[in-house]
Design a protein around this ligand. Structure first.
Ligand code: IPE
Ligand code: IPE
Ligand code: MG
Length: 248
């Protein structure tokens, strides 16, 4: 029984993933990048299922960065079409599985059809409790922090806040995901070891896990490996190992 409780505690509450490597996966097969993105969506479905079943309560997926607009126009349109199609296809399934979907990022740049569908999917699933799935689309960590700073500046200018009240929790209240715990585990597939302007503030104390495996190949076994690695980490938050050992 004690063992079971211990095992449960080592499941991260919040996992975030940079789903990278779709293009190279397709290129390795002499296929167009779009094929890799479609396979990537299929694997995203599998990842949502896996992490929800594993007991993860918040899953945040990087789907499209604020820098990804700089890709060739036809790839950008393929990705936008794929978002819309995937939401149309999978929203009901998410709802049936008690999963809430939310989007973070600046959605103003999206087409009206996509904006509408995002709103529809969010509304459909708003009361679901099993897991919250945050999809980061047209998201940038710097954009997020800047927006929070602007919201503080606005309150200062309007005398809704004074300088002494500007603190960490006030800034955090203006960030995306302000109502979720910070990610415990950050996973990046595809071999690059960088954050690429994903959650910057929120990753301050996340455990980082990088793998060479390309996103379409990131199987349930690989997902399990990421969770197993996380379970082995000691999160010290500045303290010493001796201190932590004395605490338990
Ligand atoms: C990640 O895969 C998906 C998006 C950025 C939308 P990539 O498209 O970046 O794949 P690689 O890195 O070129 O292989
Ligand atoms: C990061 O992947 C963004 C997403 C996975 C959506 P990129 O492939 O765009 O990252 P960089 O540009 O190589 O760092
Ligand atoms: Mg990439």
């Amino acid at each position: 029984m004690v063992m079971k409780l211990k095992a449960k505690a080592s499941i991260p509450q919040h996992v975030c993933i940079v789903m990278d490597g779709n293009g190279r996966w397709a290129k390795n097969r002499k296929m167009p990048r779009a094929y890799g993105h479609r396979k990537g969506v299929e694997n995203t479905r599998q990842a949502i299922e896996y992490f929800a079943n594993a007991g993860v309560r918040h899953l945040t997926l990087f789907a499209f960065s604020s820098e990804n607009w700089d890709r060739p126009q036809d790839e950008v349109s393929i990705l936008m079409d794929l978002f819309l199609q995937s939401l149309e296809k999978y929203s009901t399934e998410l709802h049936q599985n008690n999963i809430r979907i939310r989007f973070i990022g600046d959605r103003e740049a999206f087409s009206n059809a996509l904006k509408k569908q995002i709103q529809k999917s969010e509304l459909l699933t708003v009361d679901n409790q099993l897991m919250t799935l945050n999809v980061a689309a047209n998201y940038g960590g710097q954009w997020d922090i800047l927006r929070a700073v602007k919201s503080i500046a606005k309150k200062l200018v309007n005398n809704k806040l004074n300088l002494e009240q500007v603190n960490q929790s006030e800034l955090e209240s203006g960030l995306s995901l302000s109502d979720s715990p910070d990610p415990d585990l950050f996973i990046r597939t595809g071999g690059e070891q960088r954050i690429s302007n994903f959650l910057l503030w929120q990753l301050a104390y996340s455990e980082l896990y990088f793998t060479e495996v390309l996103w379409p190949d990131f199987s349930k076994l690989e997902m399990q490996q990421a969770l197993d690695t996380y379970a082995q980490r000691q999160r010290r938050y500045g303290k010493t190992t001796d201190q932590l050992n004395a605490e338990c």
